[in-house]
Design a protein around this ligand. Structure first.
Ligand code: ASP
Length: 415
């Protein structure tokens, strides 16, 4: 193309606008075509497969590069400490906001549902088992199965060992470095397809969840969405402004791509490649910090899931007329926080973990059946918050480690 020829409209539109366009058109197609809109689902499946293709090699190489670029295990420990503390803090806020919203708006009052008895809630793993399973018995197996937590543990081990052996590790460091660059490029290619993928996913969801599925439970959906939006706008923006002295609008603007992909895919692990890209390109967080904080967040930081546990637990208590004591509320905060940590970043995982919270406070597990019908709609909101939370903590940690490029963060135009 010669310099004088103007690129066509498609090329001129920034990616985030194309993705939002795909989202809106997808919803429209679903509304007009109903279940027939599922014909577009393969577009979404291709997109999701392509992102999944990126996850293991991208996470593994960026983690190793991130750790070796810190050159100092102590610094890693410090970043790890800050990361975990912020993740826990925001999650406890999240579940409290969820419970408050449910207490105020009482979404379960006056709703009449008979439970399908005998629905077997899937067995949730015990917390000790979650800890034991962090260590991979076979790293190749962990890589092959995409077990992110085990991959993180293995990559941290490799990264620290590389730092310890100094010059001898240089060739391997360079290989990982170059491989991570390759994966960033591949992420760009996959993102170019995002508008079509998001269109396909949304057409399917909107075509299959018509008003007849949504209306009876509209109130609990509304409360969950409201609590989610409040959490992002108040807690995340507040923490960024207060602790980071950063403009939250720039953060929200910079993470839009990741939010739309999270919303339409309902998978925070699946969104990880996009989150890493947003953190580096739009928020200006260093490779070292984003490569470490984001994969950890995508596995353990689930604020949206915590909000959901709080909203739904109280909703079920209201539905069944079970009175909860102060002790029960405390128990919901504790188990909800732990359950959210154990939730995998894949669609529907939060619904399974809900059984931990419900059984701790003696609420009927059969009530999960009521929620299951609309879980995808709730999942989209909670995944979006999960991803927003990871990116907020990444920004704060980057800022506190002086690994945030203000020029990129404050740039009005994001890619
Ligand atoms: N789908 C959520 C996520 O990927 C997890 C959940 O189901 O709560 O973040």
């Amino acid at each position: 193309m010669s310099d004088s020829s103007r690129p066509n409209l498609w090329r001129r539109l920034p990616l985030w606008q194309k993705i939002l366009g795909g989202l809106a058109l997808g919803i429209l197609a679903g509304a007009l075509m109903g279940k027939d809109a599922s014909a577009f689902k393969p577009l979404g499946d291709i997109f999701i497969n392509a992102i999944k293709m990126l996850i293991v090699p991208l996470v593994f190489s960026t983690l190793v590069v991130g750790i070796t670029s810190m050159r100092d295990p102590q610094k890693m420990g410090r970043i790890g400490g800050k990361t975990i503390a912020l993740y826990l803090l925001t999650t406890a806020f999240a579940i409290t906001i969820g419970m408050l919203a449910s207490s105020i708006f009482q979404p379960g009052a006056g709703v009449d549902f008979s439970f399908e008895k005998g629905m077997d809630a899937k067995e949730a793993p015990s917390l000790v088992q979650i800890l034991v399973d962090l260590v991979p018995r076979n790293p190749i197996d962990a890589l092959a199965n995409g077990n992110i937590m085990q991959i993180i543990v293995f990559a941290i081990g490799i990264g620290i060992s590389l730092i310890m052996i100094g010059d001898k590790g240089e060739p391997v460091v360079r290989v990982f470095d170059s491989f991570a660059e390759v994966m960033y490029k591949l992420t760009e290619f996959v993102m170019a397809f995002a508008p079509f993928g998001v269109f396909g996913l949304m057409a399917h969801v909107s075509g299959n969840y018509g008003m007849d599925v949504l209306l009876p439970l509209a109130k609990v959906i509304g409360v969950a969405y409201l609590a989610s939006i409040l959490h992002v706008l108040v807690v995340y923006s507040g923490l960024l402004a207060l602790l980071g002295k950063l403009n939250p609008v720039r953060y929200l603007r910079g993470i839009l791509d990741a939010l739309v992909v999270a919303f339409s895919s309902a998978s925070s692990s699946g969104t990880l490649p996009i989150s890493i890209r947003c953190a580096r390109k739009n928020l200006g967080v260093s490779e070292g910090v984003s490569g470490f904080v984001l994969p950890v967040g995508a596995t353990i930081n689930m604020d949206g899931t915590a909000i959901y546990q709080g909203v739904v637990a109280l909703f079920i208590a209201q539905l069944t007329g079970i009175e909860l004591s102060m002790m029960d509320y405390g128990m919901i905060v504790l188990t909800g926080t732990l359950a959210s940590i154990g939730t995998a970043g894949v669609p529907g995982a939060g619904l399974i973990m809900l059984s931990i919270v419900l059984s701790q406070v003696g609420l009927p597990l059969e009530a999960i059946a009521v929620i299951a019908g609309i879980d995808r709609i709730l999942d989209m909101a909670r995944t979006t918050v999960n991803v927003a939370g990871d990116l907020m903590v990444t920004t704060l940690v980057g800022k506190s480690e002086k690994e945030l490029d203000f020029e990129i963060y404050n740039a009005p135009h994001k890619q």
